[in-house]
Ligand binder design. Structure first.
Ligand code: ADP
Length: 476
C-alpha cells in the first residue's frame, strides 16, 4: 500500500515534508509515518477537484462502473483491509472484516440506485412549457470522517459523492489515515480520473477552514463530534455551503416488561460492545422496566463477563483497546462518578489499571442503579460500559429516552406491536431499531435529529444530498 496524501492523481508528501506517526493502539507499535498536510495541500486538492469537474460530467454508466469496481476491489482485498483497520483502530479483526463488507455495500447500493438521477419530466406542463428536473453534481465536496469506522465512514460519503458525479476531498481522522489510503489506492488502480478523489490529513483545523471557505467547495459532509460539527457549520455558513452533519448520539435502549429478554440481551451486547462501545449508535442509556429489571440483568451479566479484551489481531478478541488515553480516562471518570453516586458494579474490575501510553483496554463493565444526576446519563460515554436505569411506566421511559440533546439512534425491545408503534412515534431519533440491535444499512437513509445533526447517508436521500436539482422549463 502506498503511504501518502493523494492530490490530482499523484501520491504526495506534505509541501514542507513534515510527517506524523500512526500507531497501533493495542500495542503501541509504529505503523507508518505519514505526511502532515495543511491549508496549502487542501487548496491544491480542492483545485484539482474543480479542474476535474470543469466541463466533464461522468455519465451514469461510467459512475456505475467506478462504484461497482470499488466495491469488488474492497471485497477482493478484504483480509488485508481488515488488518489495516484493526492495526490502526484497534477493533477485533472479525469486526473489521464486517466493516469492509459494510463499506462495499455502500458502493454496490449507490451503483444500483443511480437511475433516480435520470432527468425527470414532470407530468404537468405549465405556462406552455414542459418541466424537467435534472440532478446536477453539486460541485467539489469535503468529506471529513472520524476514527471509529476508518473505512466505512469514508465509503458512505464517497459512494454517494461519486454517484452524484462530484469530486471529493477526503479528510480522514489523523488517528486512522491508512484505511483511507487503501480506499484511495483502489480508486487510483481503477483509473478514476485524476482530481475526482483527493486525500489530505494533518492539520485538521487548517484543512477544515479551507474546505469551509474555498468557493469551489459546495458541500461539507462531516461525521464526528458535535463540537467540531458546530464549528464547521459556523465556518461554512457565511459562504452559503451545504453542510451535512452526523454528530454524537446517546442512544436509549428500552426494555419493556413484555420483551423477549434473551433476544434483548443479545441485541444489547451486539449494539453496546461494537468497537468497544465507541460508535455513535452504540446503546448508551439502558432503560429497563422495573418489573423485569432483575431478570434482564441476570441474562446480561454472564454475557458481559464472557467478553474478552485483547489485541484485535487475535481471532478470540471480542473487544479491542479504546482509541487513546483520553478516551480511556473519560470512561473511567464516568464509572467512578456513577459508583460515587450509588451505582453498583455487577461486572468489571474493581480498579481498572490506567494504561501507560498504549494498550488502552477498558474492562467490559455492567453497572446498575443508575440515576439521572450521574455523568454517565448526561454525556456520551464512548466505551464498554453498560449502565442500567430502571423505569416504572411507558410514559416515563419515553420521557427519559428523549431527555437528551441528541437524536441519532434508539432501540426498543417489546413484544407488543401497538406499544412499539406508539412509542416509536414519540421518540425523537432518526434511527429506531425494534427487537434488534442493528445500526444503519446502505439502502436506508441514516442521520440524526436535534444536536445529532442533519442530512442523511444511505438510500436515495444519501445520494441526493450530493446533487443540486435544476429545473428546466422548455417551450417547444
Ligand atoms: P472524534 O472525537 O470522534 O475524533 P472529532 O470531531 O474530533 O471527533 O473528529 C472527527 C473528524 O473531524 C476528524 O477527521 C478530525 O481530524 C476532524 N476535525 C477535528 N477538528 C477539526 C476542525 N477544527 N476542522 C475540521 N475538521 C476537524
Amino acid at each position: 500500500m502506498t503511504v501518502g496524501g493523494y492530490i490530482n492523481g499523484q501520491w504526495i508528501e506534505a509541501n514542507d515534508r513534515d510527517r506524523f506517526e500512526v500507531v497501533n493502539p493495542a500495542i503501541g507499535e509504529l505503523l507508518a509515518q505519514v505526511p502532515f498536510m495543511g491549508a496549502e495541500e487542501a487548496t491544491l486538492a480542492i483545485e484539482s477537484g474543480r479542474a476535474a469537474m470543469d466541463g466533464f460530467v461522468p455519465d451514469l454508466q461510467t459512475r456505475k462502473q467506478w462504484l461497482n469496481g470499488i466495491a469488488e476491489h474492497l471485497l477482493a482485498g478484504s483480509e488485508s483491509l481488515a488488518q489495516t483497520i484493526t492495526q490502526e483502530q484497534g477493533k477485533p479483526i472479525k469486526e473489521s472484516r464486517a466493516e469492509v463488507e459494510y463499506a462495499a455495500s455502500f458502493f454496490f447500493d449507490v451503483a444500483q440506485r443511480l437511475a433516480i438521477l435520470n432527468p425527470k419530466e414532470l407530468p404537468q406542463p405549465a405556462r406552455g412549457c414542459t418541466w424537467t428536473v435534472h440532478h446536477r453534481p453539486a460541485g467539489v465536496v469535503g468529506l471529513i470522517t472520524p476514527w471509529n469506522f476508518p473505512l466505512a465512514m469514508l465509503a458512505k460519503k464517497l459512494a454517494s459523492a461519486l454517484g452524484a458525479g462530484c469530486a471529493s476531498v477526503l479528510k480522514p481522522s489523523e488517528l486512522t489515515p491508512l484505511s483511507a489510503m487503501a480506499l484511495v489506492g483502489i480508486c487510483d488502480h481503477l483509473g478514476v480520473p485524476r482530481g475526482f478523489v483527493n486525500l489530505v490529513f494533518g492539520d485538521a483545523k487548517a484543512i477544515g477552514e479551507v474546505l469551509c471557505t474555498h468557493p469551489a467547495v459546495r458541500i461539507i459532509s462531516f461525521t464526528g463530534s458535535t463540537q467540531v460539527g458546530k464549528l464547521l457549520a459556523t465556518q461554512a455558513g457565511p459562504h452559503v455551503k451545504r453542510v451535512a452533519l452526523e454528530l454524537g448520539g446517546s442512544a436509549p435502549f428500552i426494555v419493556f416488561d413484555d420483551a423477549d429478554l434473551d433476544l434483548s440481551a443479545e441485541a444489547l451486547i451486539q449494539s453496546k460492545f461494537r468497537a468497544a462501545g465507541q460508535t455513535c449508535v452504540c446503546a448508551d442509556r439502558i432503560l429497563v422496566d422495573a418489573r423485569v429489571h432483575d431478570a434482564f440483568v441476570a441474562k446480561v451479566r454472564p454475557r458481559v463477563a464472557a467478553l474478552r479484551c485483547g489485541n484485535g489481531m487475535q481471532e478470540a478478541a471480542d473487544l479491542g483497546p479504546l482509541i487513546n488515553l483520553e478516551g480511556w480516562n473519560k470512561v473511567d471518570r464516568h464509572v467512578r462518578d456513577a459508583l460515587r453516586h450509588g451505582a453498583t458494579r455487577v461486572v468489571g474490575d474493581e480498579v481498572p489499571q490506567p494504561p501507560i501510553d498504549s494498550a488502552t483496554f477498558y474492562p467490559p463493565t455492567l453497572l446498575t442503579g443508575i440515576t439521572k444526576e450521574m455523568m454517565i446519563c448526561r454525556e456520551e460515554t464512548f466505551g464498554p460500559v453498560l449502565a442500567v436505569r430502571r423505569f416504572e411506566t411507558e410514559a416515563e421511559a419515553v420521557h427519559i429516552a428523549n431527555e437528551t440533546e441528541y437524536g441519532l439512534a434508539a432501540y426498543i425491545m417489546s413484544g407488543n406491536e401497538s406499544r412499539v408503534v406508539r412509542v416509536t412515534a414519540k421518540l425523537v431519533f432518526g434511527h429506531v431499531a425494534v427487537n434488534s440491535g442493528t445500526g444503519p444499512a446502505a439502502h436506508a437513509p441514516f442521520g440524526g435529529m436535534k444536536h445529532s445533526g442533519y442530512g442523511r447517508e444511505g438510500g436515495d436521500e444519501g445520494l441526493l444530498e450530493f446533487t443540486e436539482p435544476q429545473v428546466v422549463a422548455l417551450r417547444r
